[in-house]
Design a protein around this ligand. Structure first.
Ligand SMILES: [Zn+2]
Length: 93
């Protein structure tokens, strides 16, 4: 059994320090998220679960979801940041 807090004792492959691998993994994860946001900027709406409408419990009628305006999708958090940056870039040029 290896002690839990012996982080510096972990053998590092390729001679690189363990924290560099950790940073690389984090960077890869961030890149993956950015790529995913660029590829598929929409996620199913949380309120209507992607249906675009929902049924209030006390009534029988279906109402159009106000949060996604009936589309059933919402813009992802990463994509919103992306859009904000794009707007700033447009304003700067
Ligand atoms: Zn919705």
């Amino acid at each position: 059994m290896r002690p839990l807090f012996a982080a510096t004792a972990i053998p590092s492959p390729g001679g690189l320090p363990w924290w560099l691998w950790l940073a690389l993994a984090g960077l890869l994860g961030a890149l993956y998220y950015v790529a995913e946001c660029a590829w598929w900027p929409f996620a199913p709406c949380r309120k209507c679960e992607g249906r675009g409408k929902f049924q209030p419990k006390e009534r029988r009628v279906w109402r159009r979801c106000r949060r996604c305006k009936g589309s059933g999708t919402r813009l992802r958090f990463g994509r919103r940041i992306w859009n904000r940056f794009a707007k700033v870039r447009r304003a700067a040029s």
